[in-house]
Design a protein around this ligand. Structure first.
Ligand SMILES: Nc1nc2c(c(=O)[nH]1)N[C@H]1C(S)=C(S)[C@@H](COP(=O)(O)OP(=O)(O)OC[C@H]3O[C@@H](n4cnc5c(=O)[nH]c(N)nc54)[C@H](O)[C@@H]3O)O[C@H]1N2
Ligand SMILES: Nc1nc2c(c(=O)[nH]1)N[C@H]1C(S)=C(S)[C@@H](COP(=O)(O)OP(=O)(O)OC[C@H]3O[C@@H](n4cnc5c(=O)[nH]c(N)nc54)[C@H](O)[C@@H]3O)O[C@H]1N2
Ligand SMILES: [Mo]
Length: 653
């Protein structure tokens, strides 16, 4: 008999789709389709999730394994759970005794965003007092940027895309990275309600379909945002009533915006003034507008500055939070209850995720527990990370669904069930819809979920803290007690679709209680109170390496279905000519951190001095792209700088 199970995609993505999983009488997944019970994600899926019926069975870790060969390699032998847990517990106790609990690191991110998969298992590590990371690898800098001016970063809900007359995707390739939000924009345009603008440093898939396209130099968006603001102010498109009632520091902002001359703007951004006028006119005339700011734009050295400047445009136009970035801070969910942080008397040590490679290389951690992440392809400064993980005094445990690059650097690999094999609750960072994610099939092989592992390890370690053993569903009930607008946790468990409560859009958690064009918080932290354009000095032979999400992969996932992430670099025609490079040639991208060997694709889609690549790829020799990425952090929000990676390029010979 065919069963249809309702679940939710938990991958790190803007969309968080509702799914229906068809399972046959033998418990095999036949197909995964979209479930229109969620009006935002509706009944269609991305090319990844739609293949989950195959992906779920590929490359799986099915049993606990222990290393028998040197790192890095896949040389393991199978052991029992009992053996694995004993070894891990002994090692943990030894490390804690000799080096203290600070020498234990747990490293995880959003491989599965389920509250029970990601957060609840942290109770063990928090009880031990282990070191954790600050989760800055993705969106932290943008959150902090917006918070400087708005108090918190939550913004428009996806439904507002349908009401906008101008929809601007800024540093956001939604046609690839958020196909459901993109579809809402396309629908609004098709029905004649809206125009779509894209602002991207390359001709992205979204740019190709836009009505208005601006192509600023990477890192020049603060200037561009000031240029647009200048136009809006000079043309009288700003909403003075709104500005005087809801904002603070407009005069300072205005002075700064008006300082920019057309010539300087054009020189820095490489965008002709007539295009700035065009988008200014669109912002002025097509009201209301909605500006969607991508994660891509804030992953560069001054990325947060760009987000600050962009986020202030809607305030000029008189719109309360007329931007979308991520709404995760607009919900009322008690994450600290789930992670057990609320039970702690002392805070546990936290280190930078972006700078982690160096700390591991220095030998700061002797025991590292990794789950929900594939850091051996996704963290910056891979050379240091790799050197660190092969140290003799570092013991690495990985809890994974698939055999990943990280497994090659681990001492023990534990099998984890995929999202189709466990119950959970997944919260989106864009829309408000939540429902129970039901287990569709039994865990494959001997895979055990994160909570089972946590509890059994806690028992082996003799930890008595009761909160570790709390029923996870009871913990969820408490953490979500104030979360929903239209029902209770019990309703959720019964299968009802609930909507998250949302913080009021016209409330600003800033020192002045207003939108602060001139940020008092920034001032008190020694940061320029106004967004600031920093210089973009590239030396003569240097290129900026942009790298972004692609349709067939979620980070390093789905290579099992679509093959390796293409090791290709897109290079501008003029640059290619100068360097004697043709499409299909092998080229070397290098900097002081390392080098990679990839195929060139000569194109007009990237501008001079810029190259673009799919992100997180592995080159022709198995070297990861992120060997080139420095582990530097941004000043604001401590985020990464993937899109400020500088490389030199030569033809391989
Ligand atoms: N298919 C797919 N979807 C995903 C993911 C995935 O792996 N695959 N991952 C999810 C996650 S975790 C994330 S972080 C998001 C990422 O998705 P997005 O938020 O769309 O970000 P990116 O793909 O990093 O980059 C978006 C665009 O920013 C442009 N850009 C880079 N620097 C600049 C700049 O200085 N100025 C301007 N104007 N543009 C710039 C790039 O050219 C790129 O086209 O996608 C989510 N959705
Ligand atoms: N070059 C470059 N690098 C980047 C970026 C970039 O723009 N450029 N962007 C960065 C960004 S924005 C992000 S978000 C990170 C993402 O970095 P990662 O989070 O490391 O990305 P993934 O490759 O998706 O790794 C998630 C892993 O979790 C595993 N997993 C899935 N479900 C479960 C589960 O239920 N349980 C367990 N235990 N494991 C599970 C998957 O198999 C997968 O291996 O990468 C960063 N790295
Ligand atoms: Mo991300």
């Amino acid at each position: 008999m065919l069963r249809v199970v309702k679940t939710v995609c938990p991958r790190d993505c803007y969309d968080t789709c509702f799914l229906k999983v068809h399972v046959d009488s033998k418990g095999k997944v036949l197909k995964v389709i979209g479930d229109p019970e969620n009006p935002i994600t509706n009944n269609f899926l991305c090319p990844r999730t739609i293949r989950d019926n195959e992906y779920v069975y590929k490359n799986r870790v099915l049993y606990p394994h222990i290393r028998i060969g040197n790192k890095p390699s896949n040389s393991f032998k199978r052991i029992s759970w009992e053996e694995a847990l004993n070894i891990i517990a002994d090692k943990l106790m030894e490390v804690i005794k000799e080096h203290g609990s600070k020498a234990v690191l747990h490293l995880e991110y959003a491989g599965n965003m389920g509250l029970l998969t990601w957060y609840f298992p942290l109770r063990l590590w928090n009880a031990i007092g282990a070191t954790g990371t600050d989760y800055t690898i993705c969106s932290a800098s943008g959150h902090e940027a917006i918070s400087l001016h708005y108090g918190s970063s939550y913004g428009a809900l996806p439904e507002e895309i349908e009401k906008a007359k101008l929809i601007v995707f800024w540093g956001f390739n939604a046609a690839v990275s958020s196909i459901h939000l993109w579809r809402l924009a396309l629908k609004a345009r098709k029905e004649g309600r809206a125009k779509i603008a894209v602002i991207d440093s390359r001709v992205s898939e979204s740019a190709e379909r836009a009505d208005i396209f601006l192509q600023p130099r990477p890192g020049s968006d603060v200037a561009l945002a000031y240029g647009i603001s200048k136009y809006l102010i000079e043309k009288g498109y700003i909403d003075e009533k709104f500005i005087s009632k809801y904002t603070y520091g407009f005069e300072e902002f205005k002075r700064e915006a008006l300082k920019w001359s057309i010539k300087t703007l054009e020189k820095i951004t490489n965008v002709p003034w007539c295009k700035i006028e065009a988008i200014g006119e669109a912002y002025g005339k097509l009201r209301p507008s909605l500006t969607l700011i991508g994660f891509g734009i804030q992953k560069s050295i001054y990325g947060a500055e760009a987000v600050r400047a962009i986020s202030l445009i809607p305030a000029l136009l008189g719109i309360h939070r007329g931007f979308y970035y991520s709404n995760s801070r607009g919900w009322s969910i008690d994450i600290k209850y789930l992670t057990g942080e609320c039970f702690l008397k002392r805070k546990t040590p936290i280190v930078s995720q972006v700078r982690l490679a160096k700390l591991i290389e220095e030998g700061r951690f002797k025991f590292i527990y990794i789950y929900n992440m594939n850091p051996l392809l996704t963290l910056p400064d891979q050379q240091s990370l790799r050197k660190g993980l092969i140290r003799n005094d570092v013991f690495v445990v990985l809890h994974e669904v698939r055999w990943t690059e990280t497994a090659r650097y681990s001492d023990i690999v534990l099998p984890a069930p995929s999202y189709l094999e466990k119950d959970d609750v997944v919260i989106s960072y864009s829309h408000r819809y939540v429902r129970l994610s039901r287990k569709a099939i039994e865990p494959l092989g001997e895979s055990k979920d994160e909570i089972w592992v946590m509890r059994n390890l806690a028992k082996k370690l003799g930890i008595r803290k009761e909160w570790i053993y709390e029923d996870p569903w009871e913990a969820l009930r408490k953490a979500l007690s104030n979360a929903f607008e239209n029902g209770s946790f019990e309703d959720l468990v019964k299968g009802k679709v609930l909507k998250l409560k949302y913080k009021p859009k016209n409330k600003y958690q800033t020192p002045s209680g207003r939108i602060e064009f001139y940020s008092l918080k920034a001032k008190s932290h020694g940061i320029n109170p106004l967004p600031q354009q920093e210089p973009l000095n590239l030396s003569q032979n240097e290129f900026i390496l942009l790298n972004s999400a692609t349709l067939n992969y979620t980070h390093t996932q789905f290579t099992e279905i679509y093959g390796p992430i293409p090791p290709i670099a897109y290079i501008n025609t003029q640059d290619a000519k100068r360097l004697g490079i043709k499409s299909g040639d092998l080229i070397v991208l290098e900097n002081n951190l390392g080098k990679i060997l990839v195929k060139a694709e000569v194109t007009e889609k990237v501008m001079e001095k810029t190259v673009w690549m799919p992100r997180q790829l592995v080159d022709a020799n198995g070297v990861p792209q992120n060997i080139l990425v420095p582990s530097k952090t941004q000043n604001i929000g401590n985020g990464p700088i993937f899109n400020s990676t500088r490389v030199k390029i030569r033809k391989f010979s």
